[in-house]
Ligand binder design. Structure first.
Ligand SMILES: [Zn+2]
Ligand SMILES: [Zn+2]
Length: 367
């Protein structure tokens, strides 16, 4: 029988250098697969076509055919400390958790099938640039502990794609409420024996009910619980620059498995959408003031996409607390919290006290 390389499972999603046979990695410098040994590069073949929406309801209780691993030979490992699961493609390995700094105790296993990513923002910032950005972030901060400085070395931060859901939907809402209209009444009052008048505002309330509808296009819901919510809020993404997902983008990097399920993601979408619909209702009620008593919303034509966005992440311990650092893999922007090194602050205080005592001594002996 003929050897068909296309069905040779060992070759699927292995990205071998045609020049020297080494494993290539996705390189943020050129957006291509690049050989770390001979610098040969190769364009990433787009096999899937365009980024398409998936029907929400057919994925709610998906049969196994609808799910697939992020790459055919992908491995995954879970962190027993923080619960994050990351996927990677051999020969890439994962020894430490990028989110909490914990060591992986469990052995990696074949990656579980999941709702395959539709789109990805590939890394465009290199590990070196990310650690450079981290270094200058740290050096602009006083009394940073040394554990934090160690993290600024390129091999201490991991490149990992984090998951997002995005939803499209049509909404139709019936509401009840009240419309408040202002009117003014002239009131008279005494001021130092003098009679004065003033305009006082009152509100007439009228019952109101009606319907509003809206089309939601791409509401983005983070599907990670491993990054501090505040970091996630401040990480900004140009989602317009998404490209169709290909396993090759994973070569040399890791991807986090979504921790917010599709169903939970849709609940979060509805929370965001409810705020927007509430404003629509108030606008529809009109008047000077509005009260909203009830809003009942039906969603239809719900579609979604699973997206991956790139970050460099690292964590370190200080006084038994975990501190996390995240660098945006597209912009190099650093998100981090930092503890104050009380040892360093204490040392500086002692030095200042000694200098003060010396100055006082000199001043008193000089008399
Ligand atoms: Zn090579
Ligand atoms: Zn962890």
């Amino acid at each position: 029988m003929q050897d068909n390389p296309q069905i040779n499972k060992e070759n699927i999603n292995r990205f071998l250098c045609e020049n020297c046979g080494a494993n290539m990695v996705f390189d943020p410098r050129n957006g291509r697969l690049t050989c770390p040994y001979c610098e040969s590069t190769k364009a990433i073949e787009q096999t899937g076509g365009t980024i398409t929406e998936k029907d929400f309801h057919s994925f709610l209780r998906p049969d196994s055919e609808r799910l697939q691993p992020m790459a055919q030979n992908a491995m995954q490992v879970s962190c027993e400390t923080c619960g994050a699961t990351v996927t990677f493609v051999p020969p890439e390995t994962a020894r430490n958790c990028d989110f909490c700094g914990g060591k992986f105790v469990a052995q990696p296993k074949s990656a579980d099938p999941l709702v395959a990513p539709e789109g990805v923002l590939p890394f465009s910032v290199t590990t070196q640039s990310a650690s450079g950005a981290l270094k200058s972030w740290i050096s602009s901060r006083w009394f940073a502990p040394n554990n934090l400085k160690v993290l600024a070395q390129p091999d201490k931060i991991g490149s990992v794609y984090i998951p997002y859901w995005t939803f499209d939907a049509d909404s139709a809402s019936d509401y009840t409420g009240e419309r408040g209209e202002y009117y003014y009444v002239t009131e008279h009052y005494e001021d130092n024996g003098e009679t004065k008048s003033r305009q006082v505002r009152h509100t007439n309330w009228f019952g109101a009910s009606g319907a509003v509808s809206r089309h939601f296009d791409d509401l983005y819901i983070p599907a990670t619980k491993s990054l501090l919510p505040d970091y996630v809020k401040h990480l900004s993404w140009e989602f317009g620059e998404l490209v169709p997902y290909e396993p090759a983008y994973l070569a040399g990097h890791k991807a986090q498995t979504y921790q917010v399920t599709l169903e939970e993601g849709f609940e979060l979408f509805k929370q965001d959408a409810a705020g927007i619909i509430y404003n629509d209702v108030r606008h529809d009620i009109g008047g000077d003031e509005q009260q909203v008593h009830s809003v009942n919303t039906d969603y239809s034509n719900v579609t979604f996409k699973h997206l991956l966005v790139p970050v460099y992440a690292g964590a370190y311990r200080y006084n038994n607390k975990v501190f996390q650092i995240v660098v945006n893999g597209r912009t190099g922007e650093v998100q981090g919290e930092r503890p104050y090194s009380w040892l360093k602050i204490g040392c500086l205080t002692v030095v200042i006290l000694i200098v003060l005592i010396i100055i006082l001594l000199i001043a008193s002996t000089g008399k």
